[in-house]
Write a protein that binds this ligand. Structure first.
Ligand code: ATP
Ligand code: MG
Length: 339
């Protein structure tokens, strides 16, 4: 197996939706890569295209609403071969999902079946992917619940989702996603609905599981405190594009894009590298003045230009190229470009 090949490589991805009001360019030229065992955080305001990017990777864009219209998503399989997800059939994608790649959604109730016990749901997933009998699958399911630190796991197997607290349901969903040891885990705001203590426990759990299994994690969040806590690298999205990406500590210490600077300036009690304090402050991305451009009518140039205090005429002319700042950091801004 060639470990130099990234686990996931997204290049110039474009996913559009076709609505009666026009084409929504939800994802419009997104590129990033993820190595095995690495965590890449994707941050950005509501509507910037984070979920649509994840659903595109998982092959879950509703075909009656939209589709991937360009770009490529390469995924390194367990056997070392690299496949192009955008060209796979639904049948092939289904075989990969919940097996080599899995996703944890924001709302656990949307993926848990309310009329099946936790044990039956886990056992079914385990049997589909690993085979074996029901008894063996239930034993495996109990070990999975223990792994995500659910107390009294044997008893919980016989319970229904509504009998569990939000935090416990989230753990069950993580257990479900990890049951088949995926090499790629996409977690879309997995802790937003939870209180701070449970959130911290779930993040610690994900990190421990990642250390044990080498899973690559794409972690989507609004919360920069969580990013500081868990990510190796971060991609900042704005209006369907990645406007800046880089190593998390470097990007926090020296943000190059005015949008990234704005996000970081919104953090209360910001202190470089002080992840615990950032996490404790529950910072949210909210306080940049102005509104995200309508995805139906994006401006021709930089999408952040209407909100940018530093904007110049050139910013309106064309979408800025990605400027490379070295050490893996890049930003789509003409002002920050190295001379
Ligand atoms: N089925 C759909 N039909 C039309 N437009 C859609 C559809 N799904 C998403 N969009 C649009 O795509 C854009 C990006 O949405 P997306 O869900 O990826 O945002 P997000 O970054 O995940 O936001 P949030 O932080 O609120 O979860 C939004 O403008 C959204 O309205
Ligand atoms: Mg989303």
């Amino acid at each position: 197996m060639n470990h130099a090949t990234p686990l996931l490589e997204v290049e110039h991805l474009r996913t559009h939706f076709f609505t009666p009001r026009g084409t929504v360019k939800s994802v419009d030229g997104v590129s990033f890569s993820l190595a095995a065992g690495e965590t890449l955080a994707v941050v950005g305001e509501s509507g910037s295209g984070k979920s649509v990017s994840s659903l595109s990777i998982m092959g879950l864009i509703p075909p009656d609403a939209g589709r991937i219209v360009g770009g490529s998503i390469r995924f390194r399989r367990r056997d070392g071969s690299v496949c192009e997800l955008t060209r796979m059939t639904q049948r092939e994608l289904r075989r990969l999902r919940g097996n080599e790649m899995a996703m944890v959604f924001q709302d656990p109730m949307s993926c848990l079946n309310p009329v099946l016990t936790i044990g039956d749901q886990l056992a079914e997933a385990i049997r589909i992917h690993l085979g074996g009998g029901r008894a063996a699958a239930l034993a495996h399911a109990r070990r999975m619940l223990e792994m995500v630190e659910i107390p009294a796991a044997a008893r919980r197997l016989g319970e229904y989702p509504h009998q569990l607290s939000g935090g416990m349901r989230q753990r069950v969903m993580i257990a479900l996603a990890l049951a088949c040891q995926p090499s790629l885990l996409i977690a879309d705001e997995p802790t937003t609905a939870l209180d701070v203590t449970v959130q911290a426990q779930i993040l610690a759990l994900l990190q421990r599981l990642q250390r044990d299994t080498g899973t690559g994690i794409l972690f989507i969040t609004h919360n920069l405190g969580v990013v500081a806590e868990i990510a190796d690298r971060v991609a900042v999205m704005y209006s369907g594009r990645v406007v800046e990406q880089g190593d998390v500590m470097r990007l926090f210490a020296q943000p190059r894009h005015p949008y990234t600077r704005g996000l970081l300036a919104c953090l209360p009690g910001r202190h470089h590298g002080d992840a615990a304090r950032l996490a404790g402050g529950r910072p949210r991305l909210a306080a940049i003045p102005g509104q995200v451009a309508s995805p139906l009518a994006p401006p021709p140039g930089c999408a952040f230009e209407p909100r940018c205090a530093l904007a110049q005429a050139a910013c309106r002319a064309a979408v800025p190229e990605l400027a490379d700042f070295g050490a893996g950091q890049s930003a789509r801004c003409i002002l920050g470009s190295p001379q």
